[in-house]
Design a binder for this molecule. Structure first.
Ligand code: ACO
Length: 435
């Protein structure tokens, strides 16, 4: 039905002979896109792409992924270099503003974030409405959505200053809310943020300090956590980011859009996988059980997946997983967990899977979730907080993408169409005549 006529256009010929020329738009990197916006008007047909496997939903300048090569760039910089050489807030600045900050710009940005970390005191009462055993992601969806009820004065999404305030508030307050969700779940008092600590150290403080004794920050842990935040900061148009854009496209409150992003992230096929990986490694229990576990994964009737493996975009090693694998070795050694059994199982599982025809043929490699949980667990972070930490780190990506969308002149309310296969129109049947 479609045939390229020049690098800049493609001709679509319909079964009835009608044709339409469609522009082929180039990006600066990656595959060009076929601009189908005029297709329906010219031909009366829609495109059909469940799961959006071939659909670019927007134009973006923030993040680029080459899934075949296993390359991830933020604003043109390699993720490996950013993880090695930047702080998380430096990467946040880059994602939001397009350039790495100067010393002065960074100092101002760090100050702006640090001085917004406290939440309205009334928010602490919201937590009491939740059961203590609620999943932290459920609590975060509720509390972050509720920020729109507390910070309503800056909800003019067309005002750049208002957008900047919302952006700073979210990056600053989400860690406070995540830590409060944890404290609430274990019955400990909430711990207020400390403005003298860096972003990751402050989060560790809010998670683990108690009022009755001093809490000493472990700098190895803080740096490793900061790196985990960097590796999760953005990942172009994934399910949760697309959700944030879709909700934001209606002009809804950005706090509500981020809450929707958190809901999308929670699923085990997305950010919830980091929690599932740890459960899976514990279930495998020992290196000797790996082969039989993989046999079950390969058996389609068992409906099991190797969690932390596979990715819609990466058909090569996820570069974030490579950084985390190395980081796991370093952090565990420094924290005195030299022969961590879960890391041993994970490494052996990866080795066997990468040599197995099933995974090779389908190009299934470890993704970002495969090693992150092992590091978080070694830090004493409970499994149920893993996805909440992912959400905390991804908040900057969501809000950067939301800002980009609001300023995009092409932006429209997101409204997909469908291939209808239900009943055609028929006469109504009164209840007494149904049977
Ligand atoms: N274990 C076993 N088989 C797998 C896995 C896996 N983890 N992932 C994909 N496959 C198989 C599928 O069964 C399918 O096989 P088939 O062709 O014989 O039917 C083939 O590989 C293609 O899989 P799809 O589901 O079509 O791939 P899709 O791109 O839709 O899914 C996803 C990507 C959801 C990430 C998938 O790989 C998965 O479920 N992985 C496990 C969960 C996970 O780790 N999620 C985190 C992703 S990263 C993130 O969101 C932060």
């Amino acid at each position: 039905m479609s045939q390229a006529t020049s690098p800049a256009t493609a001709r679509v010929t319909m079964p009835d002979g009608r044709t339409v020329e469609l522009p082929v738009l180039p990006g600066t990197m990656g595959p060009p896109v076929l601009d189908v916006r005029k297709l329906y008007g010219a031909t009366g047909v829609f495109t059909y792409d469940p799961g959006y496997t071939s659909t670019a939903s927007c134009e973006s300048k923030i993040t680029y992924i080459d899934g075949d090569q296993g390359i991830l760039l933020h604003r043109g910089y390699r993720i490996e270099e950013l993880a090695e050489r930047c702080s998380y807030l430096e990467v946040c600045y880059l994602l939001l503003n397009g350039e790495l900050p100067t010393r002065e710009q960074l100092a101002k940005f760090v100050h702006d974030i640090t001085y917004h970390t406290m939440v309205h005191e009334q928010i602490s009462y919201l937590f009491r409405g939740f059961r203590r055993d609620s999943h932290p992601m459920a609590v975060m969806i509720g509390v972050i959505g509720a920020l729109s009820a507390f910070y309503y004065e800056d909800l003019d999404v067309d005002d750049p200053h208002a957008r900047m305030v919302v952006t700073h508030r979210l990056i600053a307050k989400v860690p406070t809310i995540a830590a409060m969700a944890y404290k609430y779940s274990i019955g400990q008092p909430f711990v207020y943020p400390r403005n003298d600590l860096d972003y990751a150290s402050n989060f560790l403080h809010m998670m683990f300090a108690v009022p009755c004794e001093p809490y000493r920050i472990n700098t190895v842990m803080a740096r490793a956590l900061d790196k985990i935040f960097i590796l999760h900061a953005d990942h172009e148009q994934n399910a949760s980011t697309s959700t944030v854009r879709l909700v934001g496209s209606t002009g809804a409150s950005p706090y509500a859009a981020i809450a929707a992003g958190i809901a999308a992230l929670w699923g085990p096929a997305h950010g919830g996988a980091n929690e599932a990986v740890l459960g899976m490694l514990k279930q495998i229990g020992s290196v000797s059980n790996i082969k039989s576990f993989l046999e079950k994964v390969k058996d389609k009737d068992a409906h099991m997946r190797l969690m932390g493996f596979g990715h819609r975009v990466y058909k090569n090693y996820d570069p974030r997983a490579a950084v985390l694998k190395k980081s796991a070795e370093e952090v565990l050694a420094e924290l005195g967990h030299k022969n961590n059994p879960l890391l041993e199982i994970a490494k052996e599982l990866e080795k066997i899977a990468l040599e197995d025809e099933y995974f090779v043929k389908r190009k299934l490699f470890p993704n970002v979730d495969f090693y992150s949980g092992i590091i978080l667990e070694a830090m004493g972070i409970p499994t149920r907080m893993f996805t909440a930490i992912f959400a905390l780190a991804r908040t900057v990506g969501w809000i950067a993408q939301w800002n980009e969308m609001i300023q995009d002149p092409q932006q429209k309310i997101g409204r997909p169409r469908q291939l209808y296969t239900g009943q055609t129109e028929r006469p109504f049947v009164p209840i007494e005549a149904r049977g």
